[in-house]
Each structure stands twice: as C-alpha cells, then as structure tokens.
Design a protein around this ligand. Structure first.
Ligand code: AMP
Length: 249
C-alpha cells in the first residue's frame, strides 16, 4: 500500500510573524520556513506504518514555490521514499491544493492519504476534507491513533469530552492531531541519504488543474495591543477592581 503525505512549507512555528505595513498580509521575507508541524506528524505516522509492514511506499508531496523542495527533503530524511513537487509561484488556497492532490491520488492510487489537520500559517483546516470530497474517499479527521489492518483503518479522534473511534475502508483520507505521535529527530546520515532520493517536479497544468485563487484577502491586522498591568496590594483591592473596573464579577 502506498501512502501519500502532503507537506506544506510554512513560517516556522517559533517565528513571531509581522503584519505588513499596508495590511495586505504578513511579511515572510527572510523568515525561517519549516515543514508544517502537523505534516511532520503525518510523515512520521506514514513511516511508522511502513516500518510495521502496513505500507510499502511513502510519497511526500508539496505544492508551491521551488523552495518547497527543502520541505520534501526533510520528509525524505524522516523516511519518505520519494517526493513530488507541484511547482507554482501562484498563491495556493486549500481548494486548489485539494484539486492538485486529487489529481495525484488518481495518478498514484495510494491506499491512504495522511495530511495535517491544519496548516499553521492560514489555519484553514480545509484541505483534507475537500480532498476526501473531491476524490470520493472516506475521511477520519483529527486522528490521535491510527491502526491499519485488513483493508481498513481504525482511527481514534479527540472530540469534546472524550475519544471517538471510527473505522474507515481504505483508500481513505486521514488528518493528524497533535497527539498522534512524536516525530523522530532527523539525523545527519538520513539527511545525506535523502539528497539521493527521487524528487519529481510537475506543474499544475501537467495535472490539468486551474489553481487561480477564489478568495481575496481584504485586510490583515495585528491583534489589539494589551495595556500594561497593575499590581494590587491585597485581595480586597483585587476583588473591588474586578467588580468596579473590569466588571467581571
Ligand atoms: P489547511 O487546510 O490549509 O489548514 O491545510 C491542511 C493540510 O493540507 C496541511 O497540514 C497539509 O498536510 C496539506 N496542505 C495544505 N497546503 C498544502 C500545500 N501547499 N502543499 C502540500 N500540502 C498542503
């Protein structure tokens, strides 16, 4: 069984992003970029499935600019066997990515597609769900445990107030939650090995997909600045301020 793992290149989660002065977006010039953390979990899960003998090949795919190659090399250093870059300089929105992935699903016929539940840059949380709909595949989102056996996947999901366990017939789409696993450290020998692995580049046109944006960002702004705090001398003053100033009790 092949496993397809879409990985997105995003601003590193340690970076504090800055809004551009013209409010059209965030400034990503000269900012550290990394693999979306949920996608690292997805690659790790796919590699573990291969190590357990449940999968035969792990294919990482990224859609975007040429530098996404670095993200794909990281995926291959974690253990993906090969990679596909769908290269474009166009801004890609979730529907466009889902269409590109659907075309790759048709081409590669994976038994499983494991995506992150959301990309930490735009927080869309849409691509996996849209892909499942476009490819007419069952989906299990926000997985915290995945077991694959006999052409089925048993997926535990974290829901409000507990855990839900679903069974989906493969091929299927799964999206990862934070607690699914802890990705391994990428070692230098594996980084070196990853350089020699196969990386194919395609264009959206090769897959017959129109990636034109459908949504327009009107404005991006900083959250309101927090005012400075004050120290209160005792509990009585705190309670009084909460009552009369903050008016929360
Ligand atoms: P989103 O719907 O944008 O929050 O993204 C959810 C998941 O879809 C991500 O965690 C990735 O697994 C996948 N994804 C989104 N955008 C891309 C992209 N440009 N290239 C590859 N995978 C992507």
């Amino acid at each position: 069984m092949k496993v397809l793992v879409p990985v997105k290149r995003v601003v590193d989660y340690n970076v504090k992003v800055r809004v551009k002065s013209d409010n059209t977006g965030v400034d990503i010039a000269n900012v550290k970029m990394s693999m979306n953390p949920f996608d690292e979990i997805a690659v790790e899960e796919a590699v573990r499935l291969k190590e357990k003998g449940a999968a035969t090949e792990v294919i990482a795919v990224s859609c975007g600019v040429q530098q996404c190659q670095e993200t794909l090399r990281t995926a291959m250093a974690i253990g993906a066997d090969r990679a596909i870059l769908v290269q474009t300089d166009e801004e890609l929105q979730p529907l466009a990515v889902a269409k590109l992935l659907k075309a790759l699903v048709d081409k590669e016929q994976p038994g499983l597609v494991i995506l992150g539940k959301q990309a930490i840059d735009d927080d869309c949380n849409q691509t996996g769900q849209m892909l499942a709909a476009l490819a007419d595949l069952p989906q299990a989102t926000f997985a915290s445990k995945v077991e694959v056996a006999d052409g089925k996947a048993k997926v535990t999901r974290e829901v409000d107030g507990g855990l839900e366990t679903l069974e989906v017939t493969l091929p299927a789409v799964i999206t990862t939650d934070l607690r699914l696993n802890e990705p391994r450290y990428v070692t230098l020998p594996n980084i070196m090995k990853a350089k020699k692995k196969q990386l194919d580049t395609l264009k959206p046109e090769d897959l017959g997909v129109d990636v034109k944006p459908r949504l327009k960002t009107l404005k991006v702004s900083e959250p309101p600045k927090r005012g400075a705090g004050v120290k209160v001398p005792d509990v009585a003053t705190l309670v009084q301020k909460l009552k009369t100033e903050a008016k929360v009790i």
